[in-house]
Design a binder for this molecule. Structure first.
Ligand SMILES: Cc1cc2nc3c(=O)[nH]c(=O)nc-3n(C[C@H](O)[C@H](O)[C@H](O)COP(=O)(O)OP(=O)(O)OC[C@H]3O[C@@H](n4cnc5c(N)ncnc54)[C@H](O)[C@@H]3O)c2cc1C
Length: 387
């Protein structure tokens, strides 16, 4: 008998949630190998936004389930979830976007998400600090919010360990060798025999871990940037609702007593190396900042407090991968939405491992084969990722 039923490569939000759900379903002997520390990859660098306003059935469902799972986990642990429910406006800039967004409202409602379409007149009344004449309207969900990434990484690591999961930090997986039954996972801290292996390596690991077995995993790392302003305009209330201007690719949320803005350069290229992508693109920041300063004039002249970048994971259709790529070798990737979807992705991966199938999600939005077969259709609501 192999020492472990499952070795999970990667102790980010996805790997840890999967470990937790599996342990909860009764699986024993689960080992998570994390080359740095739990949450130290994309998870810790994220902006923490949890949005149920997806652009596909999968995105909507994963967002809704994940929000609920964050709250449930906190109850189980008896700590605060770190979830701050401030509401979220996803802004349409053209008549074409408006038509798409209005169809999405129906989809979201059909799956139990409170979502409405709002015209600029109503938006002016609600958020007078925004110049709504520039926009065609917005969708709104009152119970979207954000989490503090360090808190959720702590919570899920704590919950998984409390249920018997072994978490080995500073443990890098270097090779995976198929055996007659199961795999040998070779790490810099020894070799572990496992019946099954899960690749949850994230933006800087999933592709490389797949390659160890000759499997192409279309997950790449791309630079994503966040700027935090220590103060906010007087016109904006402390817990102002979040806002995502889809066509410009930026979003904002409260951050301490200030404002946090996240954005990606659409010309950004994928970085296949193993580097942390840490260079802030000041030129792009200078070029895009006039966009949000026109939309929210109060932001003009605010001095930045801190700025950071991170490697965001993306898949070609911005949707997740939940699949068994090879007998006993599973792949889980978030398509750049691993905070808003992580808890539910872990749930669904646990379902695949234990029940050998995933229910309630369309196969064409989660299977690995969709890319090779040309069946991947992009989610309508996402950051401007590289092609
Ligand atoms: C700046 C920024 C802002 C973001 N904002 C949001 C947001 O607001 N909302 C949202 O939903 N998403 C956001 N994201 C995306 C989100 O952070 C990711 O989708 C999510 O964290 C992915 O989780 P993961 O567990 O797949 O990857 P990771 O958190 O990267 O975890 C993978 C882990 O695998 C480990 N690993 C890799 N290779 C090996 C190996 N060989 N051996 C052992 N361990 C290995 C890594 O060290 C890492 O800790 C953001 C990302 C960035 C960079």
């Amino acid at each position: 008998m192999a020492a472990y039923e499952l070795v999970i490569v990667g102790g980010g939000n996805l790997g840890l949630w999967t470990a937790y759900h599996l342990a909860k379903r009764g699986m024993r002997r689960i080992l998570v190998c994390e080359r740095y520390w739990a949450g130290y990859g994309a998870t810790m660098r994220s902006a923490g936004i949890v949005r149920q306003q997806g652009g596909s059935e999968t995105a909507v469902k994963l967002g809704k389930w994940s929000r609920e799972l964050y709250l449930e986990l906190a109850n189980e642990l008896g700590v605060d979830s770190g979830f701050r429910e401030v509401g979220y406006y996803v802004v349409a800039s053209s008549a074409m976007e408006k038509a798409v967004f209005q169809r999405l409202v129906e989809l979201r409602r059909a799956h139990g998400v409170a979502n409405e379409w709002l015209e600029p007149d109503e938006l002016k009344r609600r958020l007078p600090y925004v110049d709504w004449d520039r926009f065609a309207g917005a969708t709104f969900t009152p119970n979207d919010g954000f989490v503090e990434p360090a808190i959720i990484a702590r919570n899920i690591a704590m919950a998984a360990r409390a249920r018997g999961v072994e978490l080995l930090e500073r443990c890098e997986v270097r090779a995976i060798e198929p055996r007659d039954s199961g795999y040998a996972v070779v790490t810099d801290r020894g070799t572990f025999e496992a019946e099954r292996v899960l690749n949850a390596g994230g933006p800087r690991g999933a592709r490389q871990i797949g390659a160890l077995l000759g499997i192409d995993i279309p997950v790449a790392a791309s630079r994503h940037m966040v700027m935090s302003f220590p103060t906010r305009p007087e016109s904006m209330p402390p817990d102002f609702p979040m806002m995502f201007v889809l066509s410009s690719g930026y979003y904002l949320r409260p951050d301490e007593q200030g404002v946090l803005i996240g954005f990606s350069n659409p010309l950004e290229q994928a970085d296949p190396s193993d580097r942390f992508l840490l260079e802030f693109d000041w030129d792009y920041y200078q070029s895009i900042k006039s966009d949000w300063e026109s939309a929210i004039p109060g932001l003009q002249g605010l001095r930045p407090g801190r700025a950071w970048t991170g490697s965001i994971d993306y898949t070609p259709d911005q949707l997740p991968i939940i699949d068994e790529a090879r007998f006993g070798f599973y792949v889980l990737a978030a398509g750049g939405h691993g905070i808003m979807w992580g808890p539910a992705l872990g749930l669904k991966m646990a379902e695949l491992i234990v029940d050998e199938r995933v229910v309630d999600l369309p196969a064409d939005e989660i299977r690995l084969s969709r890319f090779a077969e040309g069946r991947a259709a992009a989610d309508a609501i996402h950051l401007p990722f590289p092609q």
